[in-house]
Every structure is written in structure tokens, then in C-alpha cells.
Design a binder for this molecule. Structure first.
Ligand code: ZN
Length: 120
């Protein structure tokens, strides 16, 4: 059984938009290398979308372990050119993934901080 509790419908006109663990999502297909990625469907609005939509890995061409290695180097403060050499990817690729991850991290930060309890 797939755990879909961390996912939500991403359709802007769906009444269940953004409701995690709401029970409206099902897995309709698996795709990608070794069929490891799930295609999700919302029962409420019938929209279908990749489980990777809205993440830095959506439509990524690098294998997940390679993308993770690139971002781990950058997160540790390794420069773009060094990261490219150490992971075997082009410097433009390092820059693109860094931007995607940065935008995603900013969005996650804004969402999580918005629901944090106030200090007393
Ligand atoms: Zn929906």
C-alpha cells in the first residue's frame, strides 16, 4: 500500500487543493526508470499528476542519486565548478539544480514557518 499522506492535489481549481492526507489521491500508474515514479490521481477533480510535480526533481534528467549528490555538495558550501568536477556534471547543470532547489526550499520555508506556533 502506498503512503500518500505527504501528497496533496496540485490543481488550483480543486476544492481539495493543498489538503495533505485527505484520502482523495490514488496511484493510477507507475512510470520512469524501473517504474519507480508514481502517477497520482485526485478523486475530487480527476486531475492526474506526477508525484514529483512541484519538487526540484520534476522533469529532471539526472538520476536521483546524482541530483542528490550535486545538491549535497552545494549545501556543504562546495562551489559550482568544484561540484561539477566532483559529481561529473556540467557547471550549468549545477546552477540549474541549485536554483530549482533554492526556489523549492523558499516555498517550503514559507509554508512551514506560516504554521509554526508563536514564541511565548
Ligand atoms: Zn484535485
Amino acid at each position: 500500500m502506498d503512503d500518500l499522506s505527504s501528497f496533496c492535489c496540485l490543481n488550483p481549481v480543486c476544492s481539495d487543493l493543498g489538503k495533505r492526507g485527505h484520502g482523495n489521491l490514488t496511484v493510477t500508474a507507475r512510470y520512469g526508470p524501473d517504474k519507480t515514479r508514481r502517477m497520482l490521481r485526485c478523486r475530487t477533480c480527476t486531475a492526474r499528476f506526477s508525484e514529483r510535480k512541484g519538487t526540484p526533481l520534476f522533469d529532471a534528467r539526472l538520476p536521483p542519486d546524482k541530483a542528490t549528490a550535486v545538491l549535497a555538495h552545494v549545501a556543504e558550501g562546495v562551489g559550482t565548478r568544484k561540484t561539477a568536477r566532483l559529481t561529473g556534471v556540467h557547471t550549468d547543470t549545477v546552477t540549474r539544480y541549485t536554483r530549482l532547489a533554492g526556489d523549492h526550499a523558499e516555498a517550503v520555508h514559507d509554508e512551514v514557518v506560516a504554521f509554526s506556533p508563536h514564541d511565548r
